[in-house]
Design a protein around this ligand. Structure first.
Ligand SMILES: [Ca+2]
Ligand SMILES: [Ca+2]
Length: 219
């Protein structure tokens, strides 16, 4: 379960532009190695699970602009250009599979620096029992097109605590986004007109529940 030791690999500058300072290397690690006394650390977040990995990295500081972070999973961008993000749980991974991760920090001029490359292997999945279906899916009163504010009663699982149950939100049968460990989220209308909404719970082994009750929102 303990993450691998990681090293800072290097610094990339693009010549002819304003440089980053050398001490701006980001350092990427899985949160199993996160200092438990560190900011935001919590026992239920220090996880390398069969289908999820929580990552954290040290901040980069630029001499002139905000820092934009991009995360690459096996060389492909997982998210790009986000400001102020220092941790992320990577979802929908496969059990017993090795992945590499790397963070790039860039300033507004396009100068960028790469973190170490972190290699993490997810454990095999042994749990085969899905969570209970979410119940009592409902709109909260803040809802107004295009904003859809949702609440539901959380599922339970035979293995995972509720903080590790993921909720996939479907709009008209299409996966919209996921919310981890909580019974509320906000999303946005995709098309105008009546939109059917259901939520399914997913445990950390990737087992998917039956759908919640369906509600309709007039987008
Ligand atoms: Ca700079
Ligand atoms: Ca389960």
């Amino acid at each position: 379960m303990a993450g691998p030791h990681v090293h800072v690999l290097g610094l990339r500058h693009r010549p002819g532009r304003e440089p980053l300072r050398e001490q701006q290397l980001g350092h990427l690690h899985d949160t199993a190695r996160h200092d438990p006394a560190g900011p935001g650390a919590g026992a239920d977040r220090d996880v390398v699970l069969p289908t999820r990995i929580s990552l954290a990295w040290t901040a980069s500081v630029d001499n002139a602009t905000q820092v934009f972070y991009s995360l690459f999973k096996d060389g492909s961008e997982y998210f790009g250009g986000e400001i102020g993000v220092r941790e992320r749980t990577i979802l929908d991974l496969s059990p017993a599979t090795t992945y590499t991760f790397e963070i790039t920090a860039a300033d507004a001029f396009g100068n960028s620096v790469d973190s170490n490359v972190l290699s993490v292997t997810t454990p095999a999945a042994t749990d085969t029992e899905p969570p209970t279906a979410p119940t009592n899916l409902r709109l909260s009163p803040e809802s107004s097109p295009p904003e859809i504010w949702l609440d539901w009663d959380q599922s339970t699982d035979n293995v995972d605590p509720q903080s590790q149950i993921l909720y996939d939100v479907y709009l008209d049968g299409v996966l919209d986004h996921a919310a981890l460990g909580r019974g509320e989220t906000i999303t946005y209308c995709v098309d105008t007109g009546p939109t059917a909404i259901v939520v399914r719970a997913v445990d950390s082994a990737g087992n998917v529940s039956a759908p919640s009750n369906e509600i309709t929102f007039d987008c």
